[in-house]
Design a protein around this ligand. Structure first.
Ligand code: G5P
Ligand code: MG
Length: 228
């Protein structure tokens, strides 16, 4: 097992806790955490990021509206990133999200496990509408889970926080429906291969011990289990 590189994916709707779970897995097991949304956002800043600049400009229009970026754009970004990490264990956060993306991924690797986060619709709606950001830095707060020290202002700069267009309650429901339609065939595909592991609940902290124990059966932890 030591020489085999782990290829894992975390699937879940917006706000389901993919980023939170992936951070913890990366810390506990030493996997590279590769977030498609993060690569896209970095590219928007122009330079700095590793995603090609044209892809970034194109992606911006979709990101702002909470829509899925076209398959060929995100697939190109992810293939470039994965190519650089052939020798590392990795964990994908937010990719693949459509059947077309899943097929592209099949072309370059064989996945070992897929974690699917099943979070009730109402919980997702509440979480996403509680998210506020500091536009200049991209720092993200959640009014329930990780609130700023002072309500409505960024911890480091003291500047005002704003709510993203796509996190406004009226936009959230439409976003979640679209996600579900696109993701259904992806989930079916991995289920039929016997590599899908679904976790249901309303709290990341309660799901985490199960995810940890699944991962432990595949790869030795580099850090003992953390409470959070
Ligand atoms: P992203 O960046 O992949 P989303 O919208 O899928 O963005 P997001 O918002 O990043 O998902 P997440 O990673 O699933 O959510 O969840 P998270 O950030 O860990 O947790 C969400 C919030 O809830 C946080 O504030 C967290 O602190 C809080 N939270 C976590 N657990 C709990 C809990 O137990 N309780 C409470 N109360 N709170 C909790 O993609 C962004 C955009 O990029 C494009 C799309 O335009 C997308 O909209 N994109 C793609 N387009 C096409 N194909 C792809 N593959 C794409 N990937 C990205
Ligand atoms: Mg995320």
């Amino acid at each position: 097992m030591a020489s085999k590189l782990l290829r894992a994916v975390v699937l879940g709707p917006p706000g389901s806790g993919k980023g939170t779970v992936c951070d913890r897995i990366a810390r506990s097991f030493g996997l590279q955490h590769l977030s498609s949304g993060q690569f896209l956002r970095e590219s928007l800043g122009g330079g700095g990021g590793e995603c090609p600049r044209e892809a970034g400009a194109l992606a911006q229009q979709y990101l702002e509206r909470g829509l899925l970026v076209p398959d060929h754009v995100i697939t190109r970004v992810m293939m470039t990133e994965l190519e650089k990490r052939r020798e590392q264990h990795w964990l994908l956060d937010g990719f693949p999200r459509t059947l077309g993306q899943a097929k592209a991924l099949d072309g370059i690797c064989e996945l070992d496990l897929v974690i699917s986060l099943n979070i009730p619709f109402e919980t997702l709606k509440d979480r996403l509408s509680a998210r506020w950001v500091h536009p200049a830095s991209g720092r993200v707060y959640n009014m329930d889970f990780n609130p700023p020290h002072v309500q409505g202002v960024d911890d480091l700069t003291g500047e005002p926080l704003v709510q993203r267009q796509e996190d406004r309650p009226e936009a959230v429901a439409a976003r979640l429906r679209k996600y579900k339609d696109a993701a259904k065939p992806v989930i079916e595909l991995y289920k039929s291969r016997g590599i899908l592991y679904s976790f249901s609940g309303t709290e990341t902290n309660k799901i985490w011990p199960y995810v940890y124990s699944l991962l432990s059966s595949r790869i030795p932890p580099i850090h003992p289990e953390e409470e959070h």
